[in-house]
Design a protein around this ligand. Structure first.
Ligand SMILES: Nc1ncnc2c1ncn2[C@@H]1O[C@H](COP(=O)(O)OP(=O)(O)O)[C@@H](O)[C@H]1O
Ligand SMILES: [Mg+2]
Length: 256
């Protein structure tokens, strides 16, 4: 059998902001198709900067990013934006149409889908996040947790190669946090999830990366990284009070 091209390959990626502040110092990692990987690291580590490179929102640094073998760059930008679905931290940055349906249809319609095919795409994406009953509602009348699910649907409607989430559990109440976890676990898509919520990483992602001061300083099984007190302390990663990663079953790796 042919080896499958990885969903994401990041090689020697370095980047300085226009004010001269260098945020990434040579980032290297690969995410295989179907993997769910958590990206951990303290504030200011460069996580968002890295995410913004995955679909070419930020460019101009050195190194390469490839999505399913396709290099991120001007030449393939439309295709890259379709393949990399980014769910931003604030759903209100992503939802701007009068109804849920129009928000979810926006991307695929822009990509040329029409009629029954477009409706089917919208329905499927909304079903995947359990929001089919909210199709004709205005997004701004939904709860925060529901808006985040619709934001995930807007991205799933593009049938992305990789789903990238920046702090998916932030600002969610415990029930919404649980519902989103169930949804993410049910999806058959490669996931890269930036999070400060370490139990969420353990529950959802068999593998984690630690980004610290602009480089990947650890890459391994989430349970093993979280149980390494020295590593955790060195990167200002704190488990919730009383949480013992050794006593929790780790996420199951479906990619191998
Ligand atoms: N627009 C910007 N201009 C200059 N520096 C920035 C900008 N955005 C972020 N930074 C700096 O880059 C570093 C990485 O930031 P960021 O990627 O947001 O980290 P994280 O998401 O891990 O908290 C930080 O030191 C931050 O202050
Ligand atoms: Mg950030």
């Amino acid at each position: 059998m042919d080896p499958v091209t990885p969903s994401l390959e990041v090689a020697r990626l370095a980047f300085a902001y226009p004010d001269g502040h260098q945020a990434l110092f040579g980032v290297d990692f690969t995410v295989a198709r179907g993997e769910r990987v958590a990206l951990l690291g303290p504030n200011g580590a460069g996580k968002t900067t890295l995410v913004l490179h995955l679909n070419g929102i930020l460019t101009g640094g050195t190194g390469t990013v490839k999505v399913a073998g396709l290099p991120v760059g001007k030449k393939h930008m439309t295709e890259i934006r379709r393949r990399v679905g980014i769910v931003f931290q604030d759903p209100d940055d992503q939802l701007f149409m009068p109804t849920v349906r129009e928000d979810v249809a926006f991307g695929p319609a822009t990509a040329g889908l029409k009629g029954a095919e477009l409706e089917a795409r919208v329905d499927r994406a909304l079903e995947q996040v359990g929001m089919a009953d909210f199709k004709d509602r205005p997004p701004h009348h939904l709860s925060f947790g529901q808006r985040r699910r619709v934001a995930v649907a807007t991205v799933l409607a593009m049938e992305p190669e990789i789903l990238v989430l920046d702090e998916p559990s932030s600002n969610l109440d415990p029930a919404s946090r649980r519902e989103l976890a169930d949804i993410l676990r049910s999806l058959d898509v490669t996931v890269l999830m930036v999070t400060h919520d370490l139990p969420y990483a353990l529950e959802l992602c068999p593998r984690s990366l630690i980004l610290s001061e602009g480089v990947i300083t650890a890459d391994g099984k989430t349970g093993q990284l979280l149980a390494d007190d020295t590593l955790m302390r060195a990167h200002r990663l704190e488990l919730p009070y009383g949480f013992d990663p050794r006593s929790v079953p780790s996420a199951v790796d479906r990619s191998r």
